[in-house]
Design a protein around this ligand. Structure first.
Ligand SMILES: Cc1cc2nc3c(=O)[nH]c(=O)nc-3n(C[C@H](O)[C@H](O)[C@H](O)COP(=O)(O)OP(=O)(O)OC[C@H]3O[C@@H](n4cnc5c(N)ncnc54)[C@H](O)[C@@H]3O)c2cc1C
Length: 111
């Protein structure tokens, strides 16, 4: 949360665009805040309807919606598709893994 010219710049990392992460992104209000949501999937899965997919009552795309489209109206939110790997307490950052190569990709120093 660095301060510049007297204003506090809030940067938030949300791990996972499940029910919890999405609700946070949709309701969090702080002037000028930047929110980065990281998920290893590019879609949000509506788990309560998984049974209907398993019993062929619904098709899989009916319960999976792209995270970017759900959050498209929220200009302060950036969506990153990557896997959270570990928290680096020394550098105060979050280390992410590239999904295909399984190599470290980003380091978000937001903590
Ligand atoms: C079949 C089924 C039916 C259910 N029915 C109901 C119901 O009727 N009512 C109810 O209240 N609850 C129900 N639940 C429970 C409900 O789905 C969970 O309580 C809820 O999804 C938890 O929300 P969450 O945000 O904590 O995690 P989740 O919704 O599980 O989301 C976690 C997100 O984080 C991502 N993620 C996880 N690890 C990483 C990582 N290392 N790096 C990057 N991304 C990561 C995942 O891809 C996922 O998108 C049901 C669950 C299941 C499985």
């Amino acid at each position: 949360m660095p301060a510049s010219q007297g204003r506090v710049h809030v940067r938030v990392v949300v791990l996972g665009a499940g029910f919890g992460g999405l609700t946070f992104c949709q309701t969090f209000r702080f002037p000028g805040a930047e929110v980065t949501v990281v998920d290893r999937c590019n879609y949000h899965l509506f788990t309560p309807l998984l049974y209907q997919v398993a019993t062929a009552g619904l098709s899989a795309p009916e319960i999976a919606q792209p995270i970017r489209s759900i959050l498209s109206r929220h200009q302060h939110v950036t969506v990153l598709m990557d896997e959270a790997w570990r928290v680096d307490l020394v550098a105060m950052g979050l280390c992410l893994l590239h999904l295909q190569t399984r190599r470290p990709s980003h380091r978000l120093t937001h903590l």
